[in-house]
Write a protein that binds this ligand. Structure first.
Ligand code: C2O
Ligand code: CU
Ligand code: CU
Length: 553
């Protein structure tokens, strides 16, 4: 069977009140919400917690204008500030996306989540270092009409993070309907740099959607879409099609997030101007990095310095997807480039948003050459040098797993982690992912990149090779450092079209692992015991069970 994604009118309409119909047609929904043990009472407010910021966050069906004509039925986050600085909430105009939540490091935050959806949900703060009870673990889903109270202190440094639902087996559909938003954290180290702010700091939240002739969201069904993940026919930025932003001829800070379910982007400016990267998932880099393109997978963020100085009024600059291969299984890439050409194959260029220079100004801030201090982990810092914890990506014909097992209650011995340690973790494709089969350990060298017995799989081509695609692997909790990447896959598999686009120098919480590559990370597990998820952030994969958890003890 070909991996033909069902994208178009043959797919299913998603709208308020249609969850049952969709559930009948799409097995992922039918399986949703099966009991994970006894239901736990939703967390309530603690009288001893004195918040600096308090807000009500409601998930509910609504409608939003996306295309000309009929509004689109969506599910969305709506927020109301009860206490705290006025700039805490920024509503994106005409968008189904939730408001931007702006916090400061050290703040005590209380958020009351109201579920006004027709099905259970729970919200996760992607990137934040919070206790398990505050992390949106699927076991804490609340029913329609219920309220879950989150209370935590902002421990993260300045960074852009995400809030989105995390109910097991329904994350992809809830996000697709519109439930997502950005969290921006500010701190003193960042403030001292005087980076562009206010109107000169622009969120760029990239998603892909398919809408039908009535402007309603379409979500393709079936096993083939599950296997590669949803690929929409239209790019939205901040919930808007054909996104345009008017800029002055000066420097801007673009806060980019890939909020798509499964689509990976290779970001590049259309005129060949390089991208100046100042930060990633977990905040600012030590120094800017200049790249001709940057890969951005679902769940990843990018902080860009975009300088329009010297550009003429009336000129424009387009950020688009540059063609790449290796993101999807080769068969799916061929089919999307051919008969599915009406969509937006990754192997082709397409625009994402346009910056129109509409104002000339003479002064602009200068790019700081030093941005932040990052202390790199060394051998002495890690608890398991020479014995990295494996995260094996196991892609079979009908399954997407990690370490050969689906999401469940069983914790494997290697998933038990002593609290307050830093662990080396190897993320790799079982079977090597490429035609060359398993990776050679010897390439990893000594020290932090030294030989690991992460449990390389069987090697060889077969179904594993045919299903090989890039997976964005996300770990909850504190961000991690990338220690190294080793590629030993098929030299013709497309890796060369991506390899210059990875930012490996900053703090990350999501890392793209192309076929044939092994990524070694150093991941801290400080402060909080309990269960913390790790999963593929291709949300269809996550919902298929490509998710497990660490037990921090
Ligand atoms: Cu952005 Cu566990 O998710
Ligand atoms: Cu997360
Ligand atoms: Cu995946």
């Amino acid at each position: 069977m070909p991996f033909l994604p069902k994208l178009s009118r043959r797919g299913f309409l998603l709208g308020a009140g249609q969850a049952v119909a969709v559930g009948a047609a799409w097995p992922g929904i039918g399986r949703a919400m099966q009991s994970h043990g006894d239901k736990i009472a939703p967390n309530t407010a603690s009288p001893n917690f004195n918040p600096d910021v308090e807000l009500e966050l409601v998930c509910r069906p609504d409608s939003a204008p996306i295309l000309q004509g009929a509004p689109t039925r969506v599910w969305r986050y709506v927020a109301n500030l009860v206490k705290g600085p006025e700039n805490t909430l920024t509503v994106l105009p005409n968008s189904y996306l939730g408001p931007i939540l702006r916090f400061t490091t050290g703040q005590k935050i209380r958020i009351r989540l109201h579920n006004e959806l027709p099905e259970p949900t729970i919200t996760h703060w992607h990137g934040l270092h919070v206790p398990m009870l505050m992390d949106g673990h699927p076991m804490y889903v609340i029913d329609p009409g219920e309220i879950y109270v989150y209370e935590f202190e902002m421990r993260n440094r300045a960074s852009m993070n995400i809030y989105h639902p995390h109910p097991h087996e329904a994350t992809s559909t809830q996000v697709y309907r519109g439930l997502a938003g950005a969290i921006i954290v500010n701190d003193e180290e960042e403030r001292a740099l005087g980076l562009p702010s206010g109107e000169f700091e622009i969120p760029i939240i990239i998603q892909d959607r398919t809408l039908n002739d009535d402007n309603q969201l379409v979500y393709g069904g079936g096993m083939h879409m599950d296997m590669i993940g949803f690929q929409g026919e239209r790019i939205l930025v901040n919930g808007r099609p054909d996104y345009r932003v008017d800029v002055a001829s000066r420097a801007y800070r673009l806060r980019v997030m890939n909020g798509s379910n499964a689509r990976i982007y290779k970001l590049a400016w259309d005129d060949g101007t390089p991208l100046t990267v100042i930060g990633v998932d977990g905040g600012l880099l030590e120094r800017p990095e200049v790249k001709s393109y940057v890969m951005l997978a679902p769940g990843e963020r990018l902080d860009l310095w975009a300088d329009f100085s010297g550009r003429a009024v009336g000129s424009k600059l387009v950020m688009g997807n540059a063609p790449f291969r290796g993101g999807l299984p080769p068969m799916a890439e061929r089919m999307m480039g051919g008969m599915m050409g009406g969509g937006l194959p990754q192997t082709m260029a397409f625009p994402i948003f346009t910056a129109n220079v509409t104002r000339a100004v003479s002064d602009s801030p200068k790019l700081p050459q030093t941005l932040s201090k990052i202390v790199r982990y060394e051998e002495k810092d890690v608890a398991n040098l020479g014995n990295p914890i494996p995260i094996a990506i196991s892609a079979g014909h009908m399954s997407m797993l990690l370490n050969g097992a689906p999401y469940g209650e069983d914790i494997q011995p290697r998933e038990r982690i002593p609290v307050d340690t830093v662990q080396l973790i190897d993320i790799f494709h079982e079977g090597g992912g490429g035609q060359m089969g398993g990776m050679r350990h010897g390439m990893m060298g000594r020290g932090m990149m030294g030989r690991g017995k992460g449990g390389m799989g069987m090697g060889g081509m077969g179904m594993m090779g045919m299903m090989s695609m890039a997976h964005p692997i996300h770990l909850h909790g504190e961000p991690f450092q990338i220690v190294g990447r080793v590629f030993d896959g098929d030299p013709d598999g497309g890796y060369d079209t991506m390899r210059e686009g990875f930012i490996n120098s900053g703090w990350k919480d999501t890392v793209l692992v192309p076929p044939g590559e092994r990524v070694r990370i150093a991941k801290p597990f400080h402060d909080f015991k309990g269960r913390f998820m790790y999963h593929c952030h291709n949300l269809e994969h996550e919902d298929m069970g490509m998710m497990r958890e660490f037990s921090v003890e």
